[in-house]
Design a protein around this ligand. Structure first.
Ligand code: C2E
Ligand code: CA
Ligand code: CA
Length: 806
């Protein structure tokens, strides 16, 4: 009942949807016209069928008439009739008559004078003999007809209640009779004996109803049609047949059609109900998930609100206590509190707290309860750092469910989810306590092996160990699957990658284990594969790319160009432009910027490429400022990690700026967290010299890496740029949005500017501005544009000159 009610509600909602309603209307119209067409077709078909049946019956009738027609000479009673007419036998004792045998079968016979008056009548029953009986009337009609038409002889079919009678009317040529002028002898014989009550009989009876002995004058609209005449008359007018009556047939056909339509409607209704119920179930599940998230969110929100209240109302001591409670620590010693240093430490602590919460809320995969991709990436970059510093290679396994896509398509997504959960649960049972298992994507799990217990930490030993562990995982999974025979047969493939002793970047390690996994899948019979650098296509391809990049950096600098993307305030006014590089090589069309920058970084090309790009950017900026009439338009410059660690880079950049007459205060250097993971003397010197000259610092891609407290404290940036993936998540996920809000409130207190990257639509912008953000960058405002394009499109939103620090 509930389901029905909810279905009705859904239907009402769906009907409210204009597009849906229009579709429904068109579909109904189509259906009705189809039904009407079908009805017309059926009516016509049943008419035709009826006509065919009538034609068959008539043919049958004709052949029966032929069989029944007999010459009058056959009639043994001939003399008796004469006797009667002559008055020789006024008693007309029928038992003496030779006709009696015939009459037993229901025949009638009569003699008429020249004016069609009956002279003698004979019939099977007294009823037949009565002068007003239908048979007698029929005979009289036929006789009259013979006389009118002047023919000698006429074959007759006479419709009667018990079936048609066939017979004849003939002029009597006996001299005696001739005296009586044009007398007629007529007879009718039932065409079938009553005992032969067959379907022929009933067919004939049907036809009988349609026979009209005396034709009405033909008219245009007459529904009567002639029965082929030659069998029925030797002259004169033909018998007519009423048009077949297909009424019953038609109504039964229409009834069948109606039943068909009703059945179809019921079926589609049933299917729709089933679909709606399914939708409803999914909706409920979704709502339940949302409710859980909201609950968690409320709890965090409540904790944070409480905290912020206490911070605002209670002063230093309360604040410290509140934070300590939330962090589960004992309250810090407040002696000496109050100076700026302490305040920054406390604010930074709040940051840490927000980030911790963000992690616990946003880093678990809801289906499998395993760490999700971002959590895994974070863990992996931490583990690779550790592995590099300890000189112990890292083992990464990529585990993939075979034929998962097929399972998903065959059994549906909820089964797919159940399979993921099942595999995750099984794997959790099979891994060690200190291994790190995560759901990487769709049907891929990633596993960082704990290799610390191994005595030997050589690459070969770790490779061997990882291989053994992978085989053991497969065996364990298979044997538990075989204990549950009713389940869908599942199998796994595993790819293994071991980091190089010199260190392999996390991204490269992922790519390698993914490649190995694909290998494992493609080689039949082998479900574990270890990455082999020799046969790696991608690294060879990278090598080609690297060659092209190196050659273009040295010989074709014009293949690199600079685009500018505005960073705007809440009203869309330009506050800054970020310089983004593009590389146009004819052999590799449009290589993404982060790809070739990573390559340059990895293969030590970055120094030359970086200098080339900075030179071009500054030239372009000078022109842009002139053309826009905005001499202080601020610039954001991306600086690669290794560039920043080059000795003398800071002074070099400052010299470049002054050469181009660009004030250092109007430039922001954007660096990613990875740039400052390893602090070196050169890096610190560079940062210090830039900062001293007034260059601004922005921490780019915030939210994707460690986002660590210490880093923030050490770098003391002026800006945080929230990475576009996080911004996009905030548009979908209330938890991520809440984190953005908290970040905004904390950055405000730390006097940091929070910039949102990747703002693609108005809804996203609305959410962010409600959260209090003041700087935005993204396709909603402008894509990265060449100087000329920017100048052409900028006039309406002329940059606000003189706001260099914004
Ligand atoms: P980034 O510094 O985070 O740059 C922002 C990236 O986001 C740019 O990609 C930009 O085109 C893109 N973007 C901007 N708005 C939107 C949006 O609304 N939606 C989406 N989906 N994307 C948006 P791009 O230009 O491909 O650059 C990618 C990365 O390459 C940059 O990330 C930066 O790390 C690096 N890069 C680009 N140019 C330079 C450069 O001149 N020097 C250095 N060192 N790195 C650069
Ligand atoms: Ca950037
Ligand atoms: Ca970024």
């Amino acid at each position: 009942m509930n389901a029905l009610r909810s279905w009705l509600k859904q239907e009402r909602i769906a009907a409210g949807n204009a597009r849906w309603a229009a579709t429904l209307r068109i579909a109904t119209l189509l259906l009705i016209s189809l039904v009407l067409l079908e009805a017309v077709r059926r009516v016509q078909a049943s008419r035709e069928q009826q006509q065919n049946r009538q034609r068959e019956q008539i043919e049958l009738l004709q052949s029966l008439v032929r069989q029944n027609a007999r010459p009058l000479a056959d009639w043994a009673h001939w003399d008796d009739v004469y006797n009667f007419v002559k008055g020789n036998n006024p008693g007309f004792p029928s038992e003496l008559m030779a006709t009696s045998a015939l009459l037993d079968g229901g025949a009638v016979m009569a003699l008429f004078d020249g004016r069609a008056q009956p002279l003698a009548l004979e019939g099977a029953s007294s009823h037949d003999r009565a002068s007003q009986s239908p048979l007698q009337r029929c005979l009289a009609d036929v006789v009259r007809h013979r006389l009118q038409s002047g023919v000698e002889r006429l074959s007759v079919i006479c419709p009667s209640e018990n079936g048609p009678l066939a017979g004849g009317v003939q002029m009597v040529t006996d001299t005696e009779i001739q005296r009586r002028s044009d007398a007629s002898l007529a007879y009718l014989v039932p065409m079938l004996a009553p005992a032969r009550q067959t379907s022929i009989q009933s067919g004939l009876r049907d036809l009988n109803r349609q026979l009209v002995l005396t034709p009405r004058p033909p008219s245009e609209t007459s529904p009567l049609q002639p029965v082929e005449p030659q069998l029925f008359t030797t002259g004169g007018r033909p018998l007519l047949v009423r048009e077949p009556d297909a009424g019953e047939e038609i109504s039964s056909e229409l009834l069948a059609l109606a039943a068909l339509v009703a059945g179809g409607l019921m079926l589609s209704l049933a299917l729709r109900i089933q679909w709606m119920l399914n939708q409803r179930r999914l909706q409920l599940e979704q709502r339940q998930r949302e409710r859980l998230v909201t609950q968690r969110l409320r709890r965090t929100e409540r904790d944070f609100t409480q905290l912020l209240d206490q911070v605002q109302v209670g002063g230093e001591a309360n604040e410290a206590r509140a934070f300590a409670r939330l962090l589960g620590q004992s309250a810090p010693d407040l002696r000496g509190a109050g100076n700026d240093e302490q305040r920054v430490v406390r604010l930074a602590e709040r940051f840490e707290l927000v980030l911790q919460t963000a992690r616990s809320l946003a880093l678990l995969d809801p289906i499998t309860d395993l760490p999700n991709r971002s959590y895994f990436l974070e863990r992996l970059s931490w583990e690779s750092e550790r592995s590099r510093s300890q000189g112990r290679p890292l083992a990464l396994l990529f585990i993939n469910i075979d034929r998962f896509k097929q399972i998903n398509e065959t059994y549906g997504h909820s089964t797919g989810d159940a399979v993921l959960k099942h595999v995750a649960d099984e794997l959790k049972q099979l891994i060690g306590r200190r291994d790190f298992l995560a759901r990487f994507s769709g049907d891929e799990f990633s596993l960082i092996l704990d290799t610390e217990p191994l005595e030997c930490s050589s690459e070969a030993a770790i490779r061997d160990h990882a291989h053994q562990r992978a085989l053991a995982l497969l065996d364990g999974f298979q044997s538990s699957a075989s204990q549950q025979p009713e389940q869908i047969k599942l199998s796994l493939s595993i790819g293994i990658a071991i980091s190089d002793p010199s260190g392999t970047t996390p991204e490269e390690l992922i790519r390698r284990s993914d490649t190995a996994m694909v290998m494992a899948k493609s080689r039949s019979g082998e479900r574990v594969s270890v990455f082999d650098i020799e046969s790696d296509w991608d690294s060879r391809n990278n090598y080609r790319l690297y060659n092209a990049l190196q050659s273009d950096v040295s010989h074709a600098p014009e293949r690199f160009c600079i685009l500018f993307q505005p960073i705007v305030d809440g009203r869309g006014g330009y506050r800054k432009v970020e310089a983004l590089c593009r590389w146009h090589n004819p052999e590799f069309s449009d290589v993404p910027a982060d790809v070739f920058f990573n390559l340059a970084e990895r293969y030590r090309l970055i120094q030359d490429l970086g200098k080339l790009i900075i030179g071009q950017t500054l030239n372009e900026l000078v022109l842009l400022r002139q053309q826009l009439g905005a001499p202080d338009l601020a610039l954001a410059l991306n600086i690669s990690p290794s560039q920043l660690s080059l000795e003398g880079f800071g002074p070099w950049l400052l010299a470049q700026l002054s050469e181009h007459r660009i004030h250092a205060e109007t430039v922001t250097v954007e660096i990613t967290e990875s740039a400052v993971v390893e602090t070196s003397v050169a890096l610190t010197d560079n940062l210090n010299s830039l900062r001293r000259a007034g260059v601004q610092l922005a921490l780019d891609d915030f939210g994707t890496g460690y986002s660590s407290l210490r880093l923030l404290m050490w770098l003391k940036p002026n800006e945080l740029k929230i990475d576009k993936s996080f911004v996009m998540a905030a548009a979908r996920d209330p938890v991520a949005l809440q984190i953005v809000r908290l970040l905004q409130s904390l950055t405000e207190q730390m006097q940091l500017l929070l910039v949102a990257e990747g703002v693609e639509d108005q809804a996203m912008f609305d959410l962010l501005s409600q959260a209090g953000l003041q700087r935005y960058q993204g396709y909603l405002f402008s894509r990265p544009l060449s100087r000329a394009d920017l100048v052409a499109t900028a006039p309406a939103a002329r940059p606000r000159a003189g706001s260099p620090t914004a």
